[in-house]
Design a protein around this ligand. Structure first.
Ligand SMILES: [Zn+2]
Length: 148
């Protein structure tokens, strides 16, 4: 199966986040910022809740953040059965200081050492695959101190 954004919108989505997925597909992490009041808004919306503007710009940014929250999944729920082989796995809610604290969810990648609220993480974009239901996806990796 091949990923095709135009025929594969997120289930239940209203389309406000289409540019997010298009960006990931190109390897670009971007979030919407209101053109009126400059406030970052995530999850994406069609209208700014702060100033009422309908205009947003999608701004590429470095996926550097800190862990706001995390959870470990031990069960393959109906909508994520493709991840059964990875159980248990950790999902992270990352807060992005560079985007007014917007919070973006993704599966943890790599070593869990240091996993706790406040730990620095960096996002990498994984290409579409069966596990991600053929969506490109941001995954968060714990930032390690450079050796000596
Ligand atoms: Zn606004």
């Amino acid at each position: 199966m091949q990923y095709s954004f135009e025929e594969h919108r997120i289930v239940g989505g209203n389309g406000a986040d289409d540019e997010y997925w298009r960006g990931l597909e190109r390897g670009v992490f971007q979030l919407p910022r209101c053109a009126g009041c400059r406030r970052w808004t995530w999850p994406a919306q069609f209208r700014c809740g702060q100033c009422g503007s309908w205009e947003f710009e999608w701004v590429p940014l470095e996926p550097n953040g800190i862990i706001f929250s995390w959870t470990r999944s031990f069960y393959a729920f109906d909508r994520v059965v493709e991840r059964r082989a990875d159980l248990p796995y950790v999902t992270v809610v990352t807060e992005l200081p560079g985007a007014d604290g917007a919070r973006v969810i993704g599966v943890l990648k790599g070593d869990e050492t240091g996993l706790r609220i406040g730990t620095a993480v960096r996002g990498t974009i994984d290409p579409p695959c069966e596990k991600s239901k053929w969506y490109p996806s941001i995954r968060w990796e714990i930032v390690r101190a450079e050796p000596g």
